[in-house]
Design a protein around this ligand. Structure first.
Ligand code: HEM
Ligand SMILES: *[C@@H]1O[C@H](CO)[C@@H](O)[C@H](O)[C@H]1NC(C)=O
Ligand SMILES: *[C@@H]1O[C@H](CO)[C@@H](O)[C@H](O)[C@H]1NC(C)=O
Length: 333
């Protein structure tokens, strides 16, 4: 009870704090983007995003995770251009029904609602790509994670590609080598893979994304020998060996499912990573040491996660005539 009270008090103070000291800690611009981009044209922006994310999480605590992932799936496919928000129509096929997204990505309506608010105050001014980038940051903060500055001025794409989404989003079934290649092709590096995978400290995965570890690992007829026995038996209960369990949910971090902390890494050290791609980070000497380091050092993880999120948020951004400010995030103007 008291805990909940402090949570709301904290959120309240956070929502109305203007963070003046932070403004001066960071340079005015980052690449083509600018920290003060909407200061004049939409001073209410941050408050509206904050409120929209806060009320969505209050209704559904998983939403923090879902918004963070939505931003990742936007940025990793042809850049942070809100392409992932475009809905399929009879004559348009976008990214939402690509394999990694279909029946999996969540939070579109949260961004649509924030956008509708923002349009009321600042019509045709703020891009959906910027709203999504800010929403991901707010979500992490509200889940107890770090704050990082978000430079603004992204524009929205006029197209989207289902094929690109299928090719560019990493799969939990591919080796670290392949996942790393997908990151490096976007200007991210191996350390960003380790750090950003720490996002799996919140949220859930469907059974089909890890079930082969539970019953018939690599054709052995047995579970993945590396998987911690107690977690294995919990997961076998959540995900019985039948097709019908495919969409059941297991927490990515069973220790603190809704809390953005470094227990993702201590889980990995204890062979309690959920996805094969998570646990693989302890199997490569180049990444295992970093996993150990973050498992013991929450502060270092927070700092490095912030830095990597800034990098992710700047992948392939559109400015000027290459993009537009959509009126509705689901549709090109
Ligand atoms: C490194 C390669 C990555 C792989 C292979 C991967 C794979 C996955 C998979 C399979 C799921 C479960 C989806 C489902 O069951 O419907 C998931 C969930 C999630 N992913 Fe990743 N992911 C990766 C990186 C990232 C990154 C970089 C972020 C964010 C910075 C992220 C954030 C999340 C979050 C927060 C969830 C939970 C979403 C929810 O509960 O709605 N992931 N990921
Ligand atoms: C609240 O969350 C549930 C899912 O948990 C969702 O179906 C519903 O639409 C949400 N309501 C609002 C007002 O966001
Ligand atoms: C990994 O990448 C290689 C080279 O691009 C490819 O041949 C292989 O099929 C990929 N492996 C998986 C499991 O996706």
């Amino acid at each position: 009870m008291a805990c909940k009270l402090f949570f709301y008090l904290g959120v309240f103070l956070y929502m109305f704090a203007s963070l003046p000291s932070l403004v001066h800690m960071y340079p005015v611009s980052y690449g083509q983007l600018d920290y003060n981009f909407y200061d004049r044209s939409c001073p209410q922006l941050l408050m509206m995003v904050r409120y929209g994310v806060w009320s969505a999480i209050r209704n559904d605590s998983r939403m923090a995770a879902s918004l963070l992932r939505l931003h990742f799936h936007d940025c990793i496919v042809n850049g942070c251009d809100a392409s992932v928000l475009l809905v399929d129509t009879p004559d348009f096929t976008g990214e939402q029904n690509a394999f990694p997204n279909r029946n999996s990505l969540r939070g579109y309506e949260v961004i649509d609602n924030i956008k509708a608010d923002v349009e009321r105050f600042c019509p045709s001014t703020v891009s959906c790509a910027d709203i999504l980038t800010l929403a991901a940051r707010e979500a992490v903060v509200l889940a107890g994670g770090p704050f990082w500055p978000v430079a603004l001025g992204r524009r929205d794409s006029k197209k989207a590609s289902q094929q690109a989404a299928n090719q560019q989003i990493p799969s939990p079934f591919e080796p670290l080598e392949n996942i790393t290649a997908k990151f490096t092709s976007k200007g991210l590096d191996l350390n960003d893979v380790v750090v950003l995978s720490g996002a799996h400290t919140i949220g859930f995965a469907q059974c089909f994304t890890f079930k082969r570890r539970l019953f018939n690992f690599q054709g052995s007829g047995k579970p993945d020998p590396q998987l911690d026995p107690s977690l294995l038996s919990d997961l076998q209960t959540t995900c019985p060996n039948q097709e019908t369990s495919n969409s059941n949910l297991a927490p990515l971090d069973a220790e603190s499912t809704f809390r953005f902390d470094n227990t993702y890494y201590s889980n990995l050290v204890k062979n309690s990573g959920l996805l094969e791609s998570d646990q693989a980070l302890t199997g490569d000497p180049r990444t295992a040491a970093t996993v150990d380091y973050y498992s013991a050092n929450q502060y270092a993880f927070s700092n490095d996660f912030s830095a990597s999120m800034v990098k992710l948020g700047n992948v392939g951004v559109l400015t000027g005539k290459n993009g537009q400010i959509r009126k509705k995030c689901g549709f090109v103007n």
